[in-house]
Design a protein around this ligand. Structure first.
Ligand SMILES: Cc1cc2nc3c(=O)[nH]c(=O)nc-3n(C[C@H](O)[C@H](O)[C@H](O)COP(=O)(O)O)c2cc1C
Length: 193
């Protein structure tokens, strides 16, 4: 069975551009052919700031939104976060979504498609990598950075250039290696060991 890759739309703002970029990457991942590729929109989960009474390590979730989100995280074998940069860092929507789960993240490789102005969202990807590694995700260096991304979006459609496609291919190839290499460790976690 192909490993399951979740491409996650991180921005939840009403006028966000994240979905345009994520749709491109998700279609690219489908045509890559080695993953069971799924598109996940963080906005669909409507997560408030963490409102659980217990540390997620205990898995005693009380809120429906937490149960729904952690089930989604649990189902994935790898992630690509399509993320903007807010004030040189990861958006609070991503940071908050990370904090809702614990075991569900572990031993899953992650990559970032980041976007923004001159920085291409790279600073956001860097702070998110630090956060992800604390939850025992495996952030890989490969990724796609999209500087001045606004010029590549017209009528809600993102048009990639050659460099973007090369980056996406390298990212998916490397993610696949780590996804396979960490499969045994994910099995142990899912079996509750
Ligand atoms: C609160 C906020 C902070 C921002 N900070 C940055 C930044 O640090 N670097 C950057 O390149 N763009 C920044 N921007 C501009 C974003 O790149 C741009 O608004 C982009 O559309 C955000 O992605 P989204 O529309 O998917 O939310 C910021 C935008 C917002 C709303």
């Amino acid at each position: 069975m192909a490993p399951r890759l979740h491409t996650v739309i991180v921005s939840t703002r009403p006028t966000r551009i994240g979905p345009s970029i994520a749709r491109w990457f998700h279609e690219f991942a489908k045509s890559h052919g080695k993953f069971d590729a799924q598109l996940v929109d963080l906005a669909d989960f409507n997560l408030p700031l963490v409102d659980e009474p217990h540390h997620p390590m205990r898995r005693q979730y009380t809120q429906e939104h937490t149960k729904k989100w952690t089930a989604s995280v649990n189902a994935a074998d790898a992630f690509v976060f399509v993320t903007p940069e807010y004030n040189y860092t990861e958006p609070p929507s991503l940071s908050n979504a990370f904090d809702y789960a614990y075991w569900e993240w572990q031993y899953k490789p992650v990559a970032f498609v980041s976007y923004g102005g001159v920085s291409g969202g790279l600073r956001s990807a860097q702070t998110a990598r630090l956060h992800a590694s604390t939850l025992k995700m495996m952030p890989i260096p490969e990724g796609v950075a999209l500087p001045n991304v606004f010029a590549q979006i017209k009528d809600g459609v993102f048009t990639p250039n050659n460099l973007n496609e090369q980056g996406a291919t390298a990212t998916l190839n490397e993610l696949l290696k780590w996804t396979n290499a960490l499969a045994g460790l994910r099995e142990e976690i899912r079996a509750g060991k």
